[in-house]
Design a binder for this molecule. Structure first.
Ligand code: SAM
Length: 274
C-alpha cells in the first residue's frame, strides 16, 4: 500500500490541465449527463448527506448542493478544492457544506453519517488494489446502513479505443503506454503529452465488482457510463442536436448493462449498497 500520499505525477497533471472545464468539452458532456442520470437513479431525496471524495473542481458536488443536498467535497489537489470553493460561492443559496484537501482513503467524517458517497476519480487514480479497497472501506465506514456508493472506473480498453478513434494509435510514444494498459491495466505516461493522462489503473468490469464486494458492499448495478457513445464520429454535431442527443442517450441506456459491451465504454460505474 502506498500510504496516503498522492503521487507527484497526479498532482503535476492536474496543475497543468483544467479539470474545471473538462466536462463542458466533446464527449465528456456525455460522461457528465450519464453520470448525473446514474446518480439520480438511486440517490434518496433531500434531506440527505453526500460525500464527494475525489470531487475535483466540484462539478457534481455543486450540482447536488444546488438540488438541496448537504455535500462535502474532498480532493487531494489544492487547485481543485479552490476551484470548488469558487464554484460554491457562485451559488450562495446552495453552497457546499465543505470543500477540503484530503484523500479518499482517510475521510475526515465520522462513522455512519452519510447517505451517499461518490468516488468518481479515486478508484482509477489509486493504482494498487489494497489502496482501492481501503478507499471503498472508508466509504463503507462513513455510510449509514443502506447508504450507497457510486464508483467510477476507467475501462481496461479505453486507451485502445481512444487511440483508434482519436488518431494517435500510430504514435510511437503511445505504443508502450497502450501495451502496458492492455497487459495489466497499469497506465503510466512518461511523455509530456497531457492527452495521455497520468498514473491510473484501468479496470475490467469484473475487477470493479470484485473491489466493491471485497469492501463489503452489495452490488446494486454495474453499468457503462458512456457505452460506445463516446466513440461517435462527429460527436459535437450529434450532441448539439436535441433529437440526436436523446437518441444517443437512449442507445447508450439500452446497452448499459450488456456484458459484451461494458469494456467498450470509457468509464464503468458500479453502485454499491452498505
Ligand atoms: C478526472 S478527475 C474527476 C473529478 C470529478 N469527480 C469528475 O468525475 O468529474 C479525478 C479526481 O480524482 C482525484 N483523486 C486522485 N487521487 C485521489 C485520492 N486518493 N483521493 C481522493 N481523490 C483523488 C483527483 O485529484 C481528481 O480531482
Amino acid at each position: 500500500m502506498s500510504g496516503d500520499i498522492t503521487p507527484n505525477e497526479i498532482l503535476r497533471h492536474y496543475n497543468q490541465v483544467d479539470e474545471a472545464s473538462r466536462l463542458r468539452r466533446g464527449w465528456f458532456q456525455l460522461e457528465q449527463a450519464r453520470t448525473q442520470e446514474l446518480i439520480l437513479r438511486h440517490l434518496p431525496p433531500v434531506p440527505a448527506t453526500v460525500i464527494d471524495a475525489g470531487g475535483g473542481a466540484g462539478a457534481y458536488a455543486c450540482w447536488l448542493a444546488s438540488r438541496g443536498y448537504e455535500v462535502h467535497l474532498i480532493d487531494p489537489v489544492p487547485r481543485h478544492v479552490e476551484q470548488a470553493r469558487v464554484a460554491s460561492k457562485q451559488q450562495p443559496a446552495h453552497p457546499l457544506a465543505s470543500a477540503e484537501v484530503g484523500d479518499a482513503r482517510h475521510l475526515p467524517q465520522g462513522e455512519a453519517i452519510a447517505d451517499a458517497v461518490l468516488l468518481l476519480g479515486p478508484l482509477y487514480h489509486l493504482v494498487e488494489r489494497p489502496d482501492r479497497i481501503a478507499c471503498l472501506r472508508e466509504a463503507h465506514r462513513v455510510l449509514r446502513p443502506g447508504g450507497l456508493v457510486w464508483g467510477a472506473a476507467i475501462s481496461r480498453f479505453a486507451s485502445l479505443f481512444d487511440s483508434l478513434s482519436s488518431g494517435f494509435f500510430d504514435d510511437p510514444a503511445f505504443a508502450p503506454i497502450l501495451a502496458r494498459d492492455l497487459e495489466d491495466g497499469q497506465h503510466r505516461n512518461p511523455t509530456t503529452n497531457l492527452i495521455y493522462f497520468t498514473d491510473a489503473f484501468f479496470h475490467r468490469p469484473g475487477e470493479l465488482s470484485r473491489d466493491f464486494l471485497a469492501a463489503g458492499f452489495q452490488i446494486v448495478e454495474l453499468v457503462a457510463i458512456e457505452g460506445p457513445g463516446w466513440l461517435a464520429r462527429d460527436f459535437d454535431r450529434l450532441w448539439n442536436d436535441p433529437a440526436q442527443r436523446e437518441r444517443l442517450l437512449a442507445a447508450v441506456r439500452k446497452v448499459e448493462r450488456e456484458p459484451s459491451v461494458l469494456g467498450a465504454s470509457s468509464h464503468i460505474m458500479a453502485i454499491g449498497r452498505k
